[in-house]
Every structure is written in structure tokens, then in C-alpha cells.
Design a protein around this ligand. Structure first.
Ligand code: PGA
Length: 253
């Protein structure tokens, strides 16, 4: 059974001083959690400062995106070599990257493979749009995103998958826990089992994301295929974020 996990995706929020203050506020309230793998994903420019703020703590750090090349003429991009040693995780294929910045499964697949090569744990995000759900294609879309995102990845050790239906992100309208469980099993797990077999597939941490709050988190955690959450908006409030870590400790720890 994977360790319970809570990931805060700060997106394009917080200046560097604000990010440091938020990291300190979270750290001081949490007292080094060890039953829940807690990951903060600030903007790139704040990674170094937040890493300093978290030194000696069990709270881990993640980036929100990454280029797949080590270095080169890619203006504005950040490479795995730059992230290595600075953070342990990297969110890849977030729906905002897919839909606002045109990232394809092929590009995301290159990033996933590169992250693993560089010792970074990819948090691969998948999820269907409302139109795909209404067309009855939700399971198929998610299964394909997992399969394509992991194509050529021989070993799923280190990989984390976040199921985030696009219609639930930032809308205040989360999926029901039952829908999330069904998508996790029929979409994500089936794809993982096909690729890696049941034993290894069941070791991959599966997170639900999309309008998660301290009020609705527990419902998701009662679903057996959900090991934690990827949280956007509510992760920007230290109180709410720490409350969610405690809920995870209580329900899944
Ligand atoms: P949200 O975002 O919690 O604000 O819906 C989740 C995410 O995009 O990872």
C-alpha cells in the first residue's frame, strides 16, 4: 500500500517572500509529518528559497513543470538538471499545461522519462474534459493518457499519478468520491496493470485532484484506490493545508 500523500500545487501564486512565509507557516504547524508524504510545489523562482525554509524537515518539494532536455537553447525553460538536488518531485501534464499551453501526451511522455532518468519523481496528471465525459469517453481518455504518458517507462517505481477531471479543477465542483474511485480503478489502475502487472501497479500512489478542501477530502480517502490528493487553491492557506495533512494522518496514516 503506497504511503498517503498530500501535494500542494501553488500554481502561479506567491512571490518569493510570500512563498517562504507560506512554507514557514506550514512547517511550523505540522511538526515534521512522517505518516503522510507532504509535498509543496511553489513556482520555479521560489524553489531555492522554499528548499532553504524546509531544510531539515520531512516536507518534500516539487516543481510544477519541466523541460525534458538537460540544457540548451530553450529560452524560458527549466531542465531536470536544474531541479535535481533542489526538489524530489515534478508535476507533469497538469491539465493547465495540456489545455492552456498545448502539451501533448508525447511531450509529457518525454518529460516523464527524463524526470525518472534524473531521479525526480513525476506526478503525472490525467483527467477528462466535461465534453469527453458527456460523450461517454472519460475512462478511455484517462486510460490513454496514462498509457501514453508512461510509454517506454519500463518500471513504474517512483511514479505518482494524479487523476484530476478538468471540469473539477478550480471550479469548486469536485467529482464525487464514487466517481473518482471508479475513474481511478477503470481508467488509471487498469492502464497501470496492463503496463506493469497488478503487483507493481498497486504500489503506485494515486491522488485525486480537483476542488479538494478540508471539508471534502475525507470522502475521497474512504475510497480504497485513492491514496491522497493534489490540491490547488486550498493549498495556499496554511491552515487549510495542514488540516488536510491531519485528515490524511487520521484516515490513512
Ligand atoms: P484546485 O486545483 O484544487 O484549485 O481545484 C487542483 C489542481 O489543479 O491541481
Amino acid at each position: 500500500m503506497p504511503i498517503p500523500m498530500l501535494v500542494g500545487n501553488w500554481k502561479m501564486h506567491t512571490t518569493v517572500p510570500e512563498a517562504v512565509a507560506l512554507a514557514h507557516a506550514i512547517r511550523s504547524r505540522l511538526d515534521d509529518p512522517d505518516d503522510v508524504l507532504t509535498v509543496l510545489c511553489p513556482p520555479f523562482v521560489a524553489l531555492w528559497a522554499v528548499a532553504e525554509a524546509l531544510k531539515g524537515s520531512t516536507i518534500a518539494l516539487g516543481a510544477q513543470n519541466m523541460h525534458y532536455e538537460e540544457k540548451g537553447a530553450f529560452t524560458g525553460e527549466v531542465s531536470p538538471a536544474m531541479l535535481q538536488g533542489l526538489c524530489q518531485f515534478v508535476i507533469l501534464g497538469h491539465s493547465e499545461r495540456r489545455h492552456l499551453f498545448g502539451e501533448t501526451d508525447d511531450l509529457i511522455n518525454r518529460k516523464v522519462k527524463s524526470a525518472l532518468r534524473w531521479g525526480l519523481r513525476p506526478i503525472l496528471c490525467v483527467g477528462e474534459t466535461l465534453a469527453e465525459r458527456e460523450a461517454g469517453r472519460a475512462v478511455e481518455v484517462v486510460r490513454q493518457q496514462v498509457e501514453r504518458g508512461l510509454e517506454g517507462v519500463g518500471d513504474c517505481h517512483g511514479v505518482v499519478i494524479a487523476y484530476e477531471p478538468v471540469w473539477a479543477i478550480g471550479t469548486g465542483l469536485p467529482a464525487t468520491p464514487e466517481t473518482a474511485q471508479e475513474m481511478m480503478v477503470e481508467g488509471v489502475l487498469r492502464a497501470l496493470m496492463g503496463l506493469y502487472g497488478e503487483h507493481d501497479a498497486l504500489e503506485v500512489p494515486l491522488l485525486y485532484g480537483g476542488s479538494v478542501t478540508p471539508e471534502n477530502l475525507e470522502g475521497f480517502l474512504h475510497q480504497p484506490a485513492i491514496h491522497g490528493a493534489l490540491v490547488g487553491g486550498a493549498s495556499l492557506r496554511a491552515d487549510a493545508f495542514c488540516q488536510m495533512v491531519r485528515i490524511l494522518e487520521r484516515v490513512r496514516g
